[in-house]
Unconditional design. Structure first.
Length: 363
């Protein structure tokens, strides 16, 4: 194959991997079939594109009144992504989250691990339909509202804001445009997902960009108030790490190193992070498999630890089926061959919401 055709083919492969499920979920068609190699993870190559000149600047005071934040853990990794922790959350904080949070979530295929896990949880055990009640793109009293694929249409002209990876600064202005729209005045939680985080400029773009948004729209932010151009409701921003890439997790700019940067920043500033990397690389017993990919496969382990765990446990007792929407069609998270990955990311997500609702995180 000629070199030019090779690189074109690789680009098209990456683009398809990151957008296939976004198209499927937005159109409402049935689940698209994807062939997934459990021993491989996609690795993207993207060009960094500068956004508006005001974006990506560092700012002071990025936390939500740091001295008043309860608890000591702010990163939701494998340690909290288990049912024993989920069931230990006091119900009043789950209720507060359901009734008071309106989540805008932007992602492509890997981001479906959260939503499909959350949507499936409502059908898991008796009482979960109410306890973890959720609606997709519709306001329903008493249920958590998730606006799925919420912000991509708010991108600046000429920019692409489908996730954090395609144009890694486009999320900043897209978020501003979304939050400044009066129709979204009630939205008070924002979360953006990565496709492949490898080689992206986390320290230069992502962390400063999120900090700037928090300085503007977080508690006490410059755009919070009743004056012209302001909104009354302040916004919580949830950080995310990138998914694991089989046998390519370690090294400068690789998923583990990027996760370390994001998690350290969040822990130091008392900001919440959903740690995809941790969940992808730790089995259900907490063992770490550094070469694991985004589906639980690891050569060091000698197989797929999530597939094996699911096969030895009982559906409806130990895990649940993920779904495209609450009560909807059953589907794995994108790039997964089992339900456990998305189950765990959904549990981590609810842990964060409970923390934002005032829980101290103590079991």
């Amino acid at each position: 194959m000629k070199p030019g055709y090779f690189f074109i083919s690789m680009f098209l492969f990456w683009l398809t991997a990151c957008t296939l499920d976004a198209v499927e979920d937005n159109t409402g068609d049935g689940e698209l079939t994807e062939e997934t190699d459990p021993s491989s993870g996609s690795e993207e190559e993207t060009n960094d594109v500068d956004d508006d000149s005001s974006e990506g600047e560092n700012s002071e005071g990025v936390g939500d009144d740091l001295d008043s934040v309860e608890g000591t853990r702010f990163v939701a990794g494998h340690e909290v992504a288990k049912e024993s922790v989920l069931r230990s959350i006091p119900k009043q904080y789950l209720e507060k989250a359901r009734e008071n949070f309106y989540v805008a979530y932007q992602h492509t295929s890997h981001g479906t691990h959260v939503t499909r896990g959350v949507f499936g949880l409502t059908s898991y055990k008796d009482g979960d339909e109410n306890l973890f009640g959720v609606s997709r793109n519709t306001l329903i009293n008493g249920k958590l509202t998730i606006y799925d694929y919420a912000m991509e249409d708010y991108a600046s002209q000429g920019k692409t804001a489908t996730d954090l990876s395609v144009d890694e600064t486009a999320f900043i202005q897209a978020t501003r445009n979304f939050l400044d729209d009066p129709d979204n005045a009630h939205v008070n939680v924002v979360m953006w997902s990565w496709c492949d985080i490898s080689k992206h400029k986390v320290e230069e773009n992502y962390l400063p960009g999120m900090s700037q948004l928090i300085a503007e729209y977080g508690k006490g932010g410059s755009k919070i108030g009743t004056g012209p151009g302001q909104r009354e409701e302040f916004v919580h921003f949830i950080f995310m790490t990138g998914h694991a890439v089989f046998d390519k997790n370690v090294g400068e700019g690789r998923p583990k190193n990027q996760a370390d940067l994001i998690n350290t920043y969040c822990q130091e500033n008392k900001l919440y992070c959903l740690d995809y990397y941790s969940i992808d690389t730790h089995d259900m017993d907490g063992n770490y498999w550094e070469d694991a990919g985004d589906d639980g496969y690891s050569d060091l382990y000698g197989g797929n630890f999530y597939q094996e765990w699911q096969a030895s446990h009982t559906k409806g007792v130990d895990y649940w089926e993920n779904r495209l929407s609450p009560g909807g069609e059953v589907a794995y998270g994108a790039h997964n061959s089992q339900h456990i990955t998305a189950n765990r990311k959904a549990m981590a997500f609810w842990w964060i919401l409970a923390r934002l609702a005032g829980w101290d995180g103590e079991e």
